[in-house]
Every structure is written in structure tokens, then in C-alpha cells.
Design a protein around this ligand. Structure first.
Ligand SMILES: [Zn+2]
Length: 236
């Protein structure tokens, strides 16, 4: 896979999807101009950008529907920074130090159609960044060890057995919440419970609209024994 990516990088050199600058898929300057998300009502959900921002909307669309997978690493970098920022407080207040990363899953049908889960791609990139960061911190004696966070990806715990109607198509809140019930399940319950019992979980998704999807996933994970569940998304 890495090898194939290298070949692809040579044949199709990275270009900012917005301004065309070469070298990156989405450049820092373009991202810097993107509008930040207004805070979600739920305190445990941390979205990065405002979905109404044209550049965010376009790049998420390219990632999801046009398979521009390298955009996942750009978003991962930004989410990772935000995670560290939030954890610097949570680690003290809530003893939230190590975390299990769980992407919001797609249904099997949707996964087959798309060939990948964008939230999972972002998680994989976050794990890579985390590994590199921890490695760098461990050789750099000036940084405090206590700053490093250990993240682990579990993409086989939370599953989505049924396809739901898109939340955006449902107008009223109670119908939206009802639509979500039974959306998620824990795969291989005994084994999964062992993995997440008493652990802190970070949910990752590309977009949160009403927070209903994340709330439902959180509920299922808490029932399976997860300690604290928070969520980060690219946009809101
Ligand atoms: Zn750009």
C-alpha cells in the first residue's frame, strides 16, 4: 500500500485542491482561511471547521466521493493538534491520558460502494502522527514525558448493522433521534468489551450535523464499558 502510494505521488504530484499550489493536497494557507466551527451544544464534541465554509465543503466532498484519500492526512494533522489541546486539560481534570480511537463506521453496503471509510482513514493518519510525535518526544529530552498521549486504533469494535436515512433529510429532532436507535452495535461483544472496558475513547467522524450519530455511538460504547467518550470531527 505504501509502495502504491509512492508511485501515485510520482505520477500525480500533490496539489492543493483549492489554490493549486504543489506539494500538498490542501495547503496551510487555504486551511487558515477556513471558518472555524461554532461550538456544538454537546460539550464532548469538538468540530474543527464550519461546514458552510466552501473550501471545507469542497475538500470533504473530494475526500469522500472522489477518493482523494490524501486529504485525510491533512485533516488528521489538524484534528491531532486539537486533540492534544483538549487533552492537555482533560488529562488533568479527568485523567484522560491514553485513548482508543474509533472511527464512526459505515454500513457494509456503504463501505463496499465507497471502498473505504473516510473516518477510518483519518484515524489511521492520526495514529501515524501520534507514533512519530511520541518517538520524537522520547529522544528529545527537553520535552516532558507526561505530555505524550498513547493512542490506539480499534476499527473493529463499533459496527453499523443497518443503513440509516441521512440525518439531514429528517427535519424534527425526535424523529432524528428515533432514526438513530439501533444504528450501531458492538461486534464480538465479549472480546470488544475486554478491549474498551474502563478505557477512554475518542470518536472520529468527518462531519457532525446534529450530533445524533455521535451520541448514539457514544451510548453504545458506554454500555459496553467505555470510561469516557469524546468526539472530534472535521466539520460541523
Ligand atoms: Zn491552497
Amino acid at each position: 500500500m505504501r509502495f502504491l502510494n509512492t508511485i501515485l505521488d510520482i505520477v500525480f504530484p500533490a496539489r492543493c485542491v483549492l489554490c493549486g499550489k504543489t506539494g500538498v493536497d490542501l495547503c496551510r494557507e487555504c486551511l487558515k482561511d477556513a471558518r472555524g466551527a461554532e461550538r456544538e451544544s454537546a460539550k464532548w464534541i469538538f468540530p474543527l471547521y464550519d461546514y458552510r465554509d466552501k473550501s471545507i465543503k469542497k475538500s470533504l466532498w473530494l475526500l469522500k466521493y472522489k477518493g482523494r484519500k490524501r486529504l485525510a492526512s491533512v485533516f488528521a494533522e489538524n484534528i491531532y493538534e486539537k486533540i492534544l489541546e483538549e487533552l492537555s486539560e482533560l488529562s488533568v481534570m479527568e485523567n484522560f491520558i491514553d485513548a482508543i480511537l474509533i472511527p464512526i463506521p459505515l454500513s457494509r453496503k456503504r463501505y463496499r460502494e465507497r471502498g473505504f471509510n473516510q473516518a477510518e482513514l483519518i484515524c489511521q493518519e492520526i495514529i501515524e502522527i501520534n507514533k512519530k510525535t511520541n518517538l520524537r518526544d522520547s529522544v528529545d529530552t527537553n520535552t516532558h514525558f507526561s505530555d505524550s498521549v498513547n493512542m490506539q486504533l480499534e476499527n473493529n469494535i463499533l459496527i453499523k448493522p443497518k443503513d440509516t436515512l441521512h440525518q439531514a433529510h429528517i427535519k424534527d429532532r425526535s424523529t432524528r433521534l428515533k432514526n438513530m436507535v439501533g444504528t450501531f452495535a458492538i461486534k464480538n461483544e465479549a472480546k470488544s468489551t475486554d478491549l474498551i472496558k474502563g478505557k477512554n475513547v475518542i470518536l472520529i467522524d468527518d462531519i457532525t450535523t446534529t450530533g445524533a450519530t455521535l451520541s448514539e455511538a457514544r451510548k453504545v460504547l458506554r454500555q459496553a464499558g467505555a470510561r469516557k467518550v469524546i468526539a472530534f470531527t472535521v466539520a460541523h
